[in-house]
Design a protein around this ligand. Structure first.
Ligand code: LMR
Length: 424
């Protein structure tokens, strides 16, 4: 009797678990589209062709098309390994030695807010994590209705990061698509109409995706209108050193706004300039009025970070900290940053010259060399981007952006010929 009751109970349990197994609670979940940038890189990886070229994701490659690990990074890594450090949690706001060096690198050691110790800074999961924590802070402390304006076009992830953090995202005119140059009149006009107290996203240098930056004079004009409208500048500085090869020069806009006393917010990334892509090293900082305000802001940053990911990872940041703080490693690194920037510049020159001189293209390709940084906004339409992929195995994002380091001395002619074929 007892045995048959327990068999019945077991059968009921089996029935219950198998019906649960057959019932789907995710039936309403639809297939999402691939990521506009990383999805293209995935499609490239799946292409078996031997002539394929990846001009999609912004990652530096050497002249053999191989990922490039900096010597300074390898050396720092070795020193860290030799120290046999522990794997304890690091603080919620990250490694102090890194945070302090990182803001000195961006704002400059002579910057007043640095000297007055009034920048609240936390280590972040690279640039994206910095943007996300910054946006969450804005949402919490300036309110859900705060508007953030981003340039049109901008890095696609900006919009989703800010929306997911609960901000209301609008755009401002940026690129004159007829000339592929900055529409400065449009920028100033749109800024002058923004509600007072809005946040405005500025690409500190090497604008992604266009490669079009304001000149120093134009930055001053943008600063003036930001002051008039009491706008809050949120700088994304993901390419410091990559635009010109000189990190000081590439920090011009950030330092201009900071010196003018603006309440700057800054997202930094060491993915590109240290090649620490997968290590996720970055920083988010807020320029505050005084040291007391800085302490308050920092305490609230920690309160935001703790439930998000508790505390940041330690490996990549130890490498970055060594490179930023050790004079010998630092000077080796700066040489390598210059090398990467120079290789990009030389590829721009070669690509343009092949298009104009060897292919005889009659189109204006001057923007390839006038734009700066990792990306070139070619002006090629989405249908031609598709042809490049289908007929030539060349992968770029559908907005016509190419990541220049995907070109090298072996494939640059092929890239030029392919572009000529689809645009003639
Ligand atoms: C890019 O724009 O290609 C890079 O910033 C990589 C990324 O995460 O999108």
């Amino acid at each position: 009797m007892l045995r048959s009751i327990s068999r019945l109970t077991r059968n009921a349990q089996i029935l219950k678990s198998s019906s649960l197994r057959n019932m789907s609670i995710w039936a309403n979940v639809k297939m999402g589209p691939p990521d506009p940038i990383l999805g293209v890189a995935e499609a490239y990886r799946n292409d078996p062709s031997e002539i394929k070229v990846n001009l999609s994701v912004g990652a530096f490659r050497d002249d053999n098309g191989k990922p490039f690990v900096l010597k300074s990074v390898r050396k720092a890594e070795k020193q860290i390994m030799d120290m046999a450090m522990d794997k304890e949690y690091i603080p919620i706001s990250g490694l102090d030695s890194f945070n302090n060096a990182s803001i000195r690198f961006a704002y400059g050691p002579e910057s007043l807010p640095i000297k007055e110790n009034r920048i609240a800074v936390a280590q972040s999961l690279s640039g994206t994590g910095a943007l996300r924590v910054g946006a969450a802070f804005i949402e919490r402390w300036l309110g859900k209705d705060t508007k953030i304006f981003v340039p049109k076009p901008t890095w696609g992830n900006h919009i989703t990061v800010f929306r997911d953090a609960g901000l209301s995202v609008s755009d401002y005119k940026y690129l004159d698509s007829k000339t592929n140059t900055l529409d400065i009149a449009g920028v100033l006009e749109d800024f002058s109409k923004m509600p007072k107290g809005s946040v405005v996203l500025l690409h500190g240098c090497a604008h992604n995706p266009t490669g079009v930056d304001p000149s120093p004079e134009q930055w001053k004009q943008i600063l003036e209108v930001c002051k008039q409208r009491e706008l809050i500048p949120f700088f994304d500085l993901a390419y410091q050193g990559f635009a010109s090869g000189n990190p000081e020069k590439d920090a011009y806009s950030l330092r201009l706004f900071t010196d003018a006393g603006m309440p700057v917010i800054l997202a930094q990334s060491y993915a590109k300039n240290m090649g620490l892509y997968g290590e996720r090293v970055g920083a988010i900082s807020f320029v505050c009025k005084d040291e007391a305000e800085k302490q308050n802001v920092l305490s609230q940053m920690k309160i935001l970070i703790r439930p998000l990911y508790s505390n940041p990872p330690s490996n990549g940041v130890r490498i970055a900290s060594k490179i930023l703080n050790d004079p010998e490693l630092n000077s080796l690194w700066l040489d390598e940053v210059k090398y990467m920037a120079d290789r990009i510049i030389s590829m721009r020159t070669l690509l343009r010259s092949h298009l104009e001189n060897d292919c005889g293209s009659k189109l204006d390709w001057s923007h390839i060399t006038s734009q700066i940084g990792m990306f070139c906004f070619t002006g090629v339409s989405p249908d031609k981007v598709q042809r490049l992929r289908d007929e030539f195995h060349i992968y770029l994002t559908s907005n016509g952006r190419i990541s220049i380091p995907g070109a090298n001395s072996k494939n640059v002619k092929y890239i030029a010929e392919s572009f000529h074929q689809v645009t003639k």
